[in-house]
Write a protein that binds this ligand. Structure first.
Ligand code: FAD
Ligand code: SF4
Ligand code: SF4
Length: 477
């Protein structure tokens, strides 16, 4: 009988891939975790207890078949592991890198609950598909037959690209429009290289292009082309435009030079990593080098800003957040990484105003946590008379994002939105109030996660296929 390769969690300790030393990683924008060696990936996969009811799978938004690809990895059957993994996830190597696994699959692994340390699901998922790329198993799409119907997708982020992939595999003619010069959305211009190196995304863009997906870049819908033109050209349209309007700060001095938006700052840094000319970076406006940097916010965007500032050679980097560490929205893993790299966190603080123009300081108020609000979350309250000035010559606002007003911008008032401005769409299909128009990702959910955008894109593509199949059946009658 074959030797039992699984259930090794009792003997084998949880072991993440090696994290580079903070001193070294402060100097560059490369990812901070090394790749598993083959033997290590097998060993870590073999810790899985192959649960009959795998909670890891039910808490993965894509319901990835995790126990199966862990077993195949432990057995050394990597190509099969890749086939199983890619059947439910369009970009497994991306999710393996940047999903907040502690809140999703790994946080619900039963052996974690029994005190043995979770199976390192994300790292194994990344390892499987990185190996698939190295071995040449990831191939451009070759549909069995071409169809004449076409779908226009507005937005080349993970939501739009996941939909493009599913539709193209069925032979549909797919055109993806994006206002940026590179496809990838926030995978390219939001998330920094130390979490997700850019070639990992670019090779996916190339794979889609080689498989027949047509990209129309530098095309801002609503300006360079109207929404109605897109609708007229395609049998169905998917809106996957994300959320880009930054929440702002008020208070005296908030309009001073040197106070910038997180996404402008991160985009400039990501563009520099491609070797692009970025005037506002070269002028110093969006460059933290030699500066006292204060980042305001406690989410993942704030974490990306503080860690980018460290890598740009800031003199000091502080993060102000109005709640405490336990109540921050960002991942605890990222806070730990930031602390190791030299970021100082000022918990329970909020900006009241700014001094100087250009800015030279933030007037900070200390907070305490008061009574819970309707959601049960304790509300921060100001401690009167606790103000102090934090010296700063670059202030980065990372307070979250809201949707742009698409019905107005695009002149389509019939496109219904929620009271938060996100597009009203059916969650399982993405269908909107307009016939043949669908929406997916952050523009429906509000700022969310890559894995949810992928899920939406895949579900929506299936719904679009049902629409196209229905229409072609009627035409054939
Ligand atoms: P996006 O990725 O935003 O893509 C939308 C695309 O639409 C963009 O390319 C944009 O140029 C294009 N577009 C918009 N309007 C138009 C128009 N009018 N015409 C043409 N094109 C248009 N999630 C995680 O899971 N893990 C993380 O670690 C993580 N880190 C993040 C860090 C930062 C700094 C930010 C901002 C977000 C992070 N997220 C993370 C969230 C994640 O990036 C998003 O949830 C995800 O990218 C949403 O995908 P999407 O396809 O809906 O939109
Ligand atoms: Fe976990 Fe994300 Fe992979 Fe799902 S896609 S298994 S949540 S890392
Ligand atoms: Fe394996 Fe953990 Fe998933 Fe159970 S919950 S199948 S042990 S990874």
């Amino acid at each position: 009988m074959a030797k039992q390769p699984m259930l090794k969690f009792v003997k084998v300790e949880r072991d993440m891939p090696t994290k580079r030393a903070a001193k070294e990683r402060r100097e560059d924008f490369h990812e901070i975790y090394a790749e598993y060696a083959d033997a290590k990936a097998k060993e870590q996969a073999s810790r899985c207890s192959q649960c009959g009811v795998p909670y890891c799978q039910s808490h993965c938004p894509l319901h990835n078949n995790i126990p199966d690809w862990l077993r195949l990895t432990a057995e050394g059957r990597l190509q099969e592991a890749y086939e199983v993994s890619q059947a439910t996830n369009t970009f497994p190597e991306i999710c393996g890198r940047i999903c907040p696994q502690d809140r999703l699959c790994e946080g619900n692994c039963v052996i974690e609950q029994s005190g043995h340390g979770t199976v390192t699901i994300g790292s194994v998922e990344k390892y499987i598909t990185d190996t698939a790329w190295e071995e040449g198993w990831v191939l451009p799409i070759k549909p069995a037959r071409e169809r004449k119907e076409s779908v226009g997708i507005i937005g080349a982020g993970p939501g739009g690209l996941a939909a493009a992939d599913v539709l193209r595999r069925q032979g549909v003619q797919v055109t993806v429009y994006d206002r940026y010069d590179r496809a990838g959305g926030l995978l390219i211009y939001g998330i920094p290289g130390f979490k997700l190196e850019k070639p990992v995304v670019m090779r996916r863009n190339e794979q889609l292009e080689k498989g027949g997906v047509r990209f129309v870049l530098n095309c801002n819908i609503g300006e360079d082309m109207s929404f109605e033109e897109i609708r007229a050209q395609h049998d169905a349209v998917i809106i996957a435009t994300g959320v880009y309007k930054s929440r702002d700060l008020g208070g005296p001095g908030s309009g001073a030079d040197g106070i910038v938006k997180a996404l402008d700052y991160l985009t400039a840094s990501n563009r520099k990593s491609f070797g692009d000319e970025v005037a506002e970076f070269d002028s110093g406006k969006l460059n933290a080098e030699g500066k006292k940097v204060v980042v305001i916010g406690g989410g993942d965007t704030a974490m990306d800003c503080v860690r980018t500032a460290i890598r740009q050679g800031a003199e000091s980097v502080k993060c102000l957040y109005r709640r405490d560490r336990a109540n921050m929205p960002g991942s605890q893993r990222e806070v730990q990484n930031a602390e190791e790299e030299g970021v100082q966190f000022e918990w329970l603080t909020a900006p009241k105003g700014f001094t100087g123009d250009p800015v030279d300081g933030v007037i900070v108020e200390r907070m305490r946590l008061g009574l819970p609000d309707a959601t049960g979350r304790q509300m921060p309250e100001v401690i009167e008379g606790s103000d102090y000035v934090e010296p700063a010559d670059l202030v980065i606002k990372a307070l979250g994002f809201e949707p742009e007003e698409l019905p107005t911008l695009w002149g389509v008032p019939e496109l219904e939105v929620t009271r938060w401005g996100t597009i009203k769409a059916e969650f399982t299909t993405g269908a909107t109030a307009l016939p043949g128009v669908y929406a997916v990702g952050d523009i429906v959910r509000g700022a969310s996660l890559v894995v949810w955008a992928i899920r939406d894109g895949r579900d929506c593509a299936e719904a679009v296929l049902r629409q196209l199949n229905g229409a072609s059946a009627v035409a054939a009658e």
